[in-house]
Design a protein around this ligand. Structure first.
Ligand code: SF4
Length: 69
C-alpha cells in the first residue's frame, strides 16, 4: 500500500518514499524545529507560504477564514 503522504518534496530524505519508517522521521524533525509538516499545509490548500513554523500554519488557517489582521 502506498503511503498517504501528500508532500511534494519527494527528494527530501525524510519523505516516506525514501525509507520504511513512515512519518516518524518527518515528525521528529518538525518537532525539533517547531514546524508543521507539509501535509497539514496541503490539507488546507496553503501551498504558498513564508515558512513552515507553527505561526505560519496558524496564519494560513486564519487567512483561509478571513480572520488574519
Ligand atoms: S507527517 Fe510528514 S511524512 Fe507524514 S504525511 Fe505529513 S508530510 Fe508526509
Amino acid at each position: 500500500m502506498e503511503h498517504f503522504c501528500n508532500c511534494e518534496k519527494t527528494d527530501c530524505p525524510l519523505h516516506p518514499k525514501n525509507h520504511d519508517k513512515g512519518c516518524s522521521l518527518c515528525i521528529a524533525k518538525n518537532l525539533k524545529t517547531h514546524e508543521m509538516p507539509s501535509c497539514f499545509f496541503n490539507s488546507i490548500g496553503a501551498k504558498d507560504r513564508p515558512g513552515d513554523s507553527y505561526e505560519d500554519f496558524a496564519r494560513a488557517v486564519l487567512n483561509l477564514r478571513g480572520e488574519e489582521k
